[in-house]
Design a protein around this ligand. Structure first.
Ligand SMILES: NC(=O)c1ccc[n+]([C@@H]2O[C@H](COP(=O)([O-])OP(=O)(O)OC[C@H]3O[C@@H](n4cnc5c(N)ncnc54)[C@H](O)[C@@H]3O)[C@@H](O)[C@H]2O)c1
Length: 352
């Protein structure tokens, strides 16, 4: 393979433009694709890219000259684009949420495995230093394993411009957590391992412009016995998205609380045998760091066979946790057990 990986970017909306800039530090963007021609042109201009543009990903793939695709399109097309790319022998970096449902995720995985294509899902939150620091504290002797975590994700999501777009439509996005909560749910799993069951409930609809129930509480139980709850709504005026994901946790030897603000993040943690809390302030919320880690790892995974920080496993298990919560909530809170689709697990063996 040549020295610079040739990537096709599918999805040139708000996030495609952002992520492409990080990929351009370590690889080349050789083609762009978006069904929205004007948006694609604006992205090309913003990134200074003079490369072929396509309004159909099939035409982009058929044109050749690519090593991999980066999928930053809306969630409902992640599966079909991944499958088409893998069948053409291309590696795939797919943004979270991996897809809307677990069967879609497995179809993506199978297509990639059958065609020896590498598949990474961009769950960057666990890589951001403040969040990674909590994973570290709970993974070693400082705080010890989590017993119970509660994350509030109340936010005012009106400024995100969700209404009338794919984000607010469960048939296109997957549902509430796919739009808001996906990061925290993956981070729960990074600390607590695989879940064994979930109970979730919807509250009364707050804003009917969301086509899914917009208030939800979900509690997961993990194999370790730990509980993790995520509770939120999308019409909470005090927090914008950036400051809305607030977790507190009680662990075997102490506890933590992470307080995200718009321009910094505070982490407080204390062992039970200590008199005072440790206070760590992150002036840099670590977004650049996380993006560079995942994009760099994706390229090195392909070019050097170096083990990456993320694969598809995080993506699939996170979709499983979200889909299971919706299923439980639709049944008024009845517990739903994992794996959600045992018949799709390879030879009955759960991959963690
Ligand atoms: N990792 C993160 O922190 C993070 C942040 C924001 C968004 N995302 C993810 O990135 C993806 C895109 O989000 P966004 O905020 O850019 O949304 P967006 O709506 O701004 O952009 C999505 C783009 O996909 C395009 N698209 C839709 N169908 C397509 C198709 N068949 N072929 C090609 N393009 C198609 C749309 O025209 C649009 O330009 C989502 O999966 C989202 O979850 C990740």
């Amino acid at each position: 393979m040549g020295s610079r990986l040739r990537l096709g970017l599918v999805g040139c909306g708000g996030f495609g433009k952002e992520l492409a800039a990080y990929f351009m530090e370590v690889a080349g963007i050789a083609a762009l694709c978006d069904v929205n021609q004007a948006g694609m042109e604006a992205t090309a201009q913003a990134l200074g890219l003079d490369v072929p543009q396509f309004t159909d990903y099939r035409a982009m793939i058929a044109a050749g000259g690519l090593d991999a695709v980066v999928i930053t399109a809306a969630n409902h097309v992640h599966a079909e684009i991944t499958i088409a790319a893998a069948r053409a022998g291309l590696h795939v970096f797919c943004e979270k949420a991996m897809a809307r449902t677990v069967p879609e995720c497995w179809a993506m995985v199978r297509a990639c495995q059958e065609n020896h294509a590498k598949l990474m899902v961009g769950h960057k939150r666990r890589l951001r230093p403040p969040w990674a620091r909590v994973i570290q504290l709970t993974g070693d002797a400082f705080l010890g394993t989590p017993l119970s975590i509660t994350a509030s994700i109340y936010a005012d999501n009106r400024p995100t411009g969700f209404f009338g777009t794919w984000w607010a439509n469960p048939a296109l996005s997957g549902g509430f957590f796919h739009a808001h909560g996906v990061h925290v749910i993956d981070w729960f799993r990074a600390m607590c391992g695989d879940a064994i069951k979930v109970s979730a409930m919807y509250g009364p609809q707050h804003d009917s412009r969301y086509l899914y129930p917009d208030v939800i509480h979900a509690t997961y139980q993990f194999k370790s016995g730990a509980l993790a709850s995520i509770c939120g709504g999308q019409s909470f005026p005090l927090h914008v998205f950036k400051e809305s994901e607030v977790p507190w946790g009680e662990c075997r030897h102490g506890g933590f609380k992470l307080m995200p603000y718009r321009d910094h993040i505070d982490l407080h943690w204390q062992r039970l045998d200590e008199k005072e809390a440790h206070r760590e302030r992150f002036d840099d919320p670590g977004i650049d760091h996380a993006f560079r880690l995942e994009t760099g790892d994706f390229v090195r995974w392909i070019q050097e066979e170096r083990a990456p920080c993320l694969t598809w496993v995080e993506g699939l298990r996170c979709v499983e946790m979200m889909e299971a919560a919706y299923r439980s909530a639709a049944m008024g809170g009845q517990p739903v057990y994992f794996p959600l689709y045992p018949e799709l697990e390879p030879e009955g063996q759960r991959i963690a």
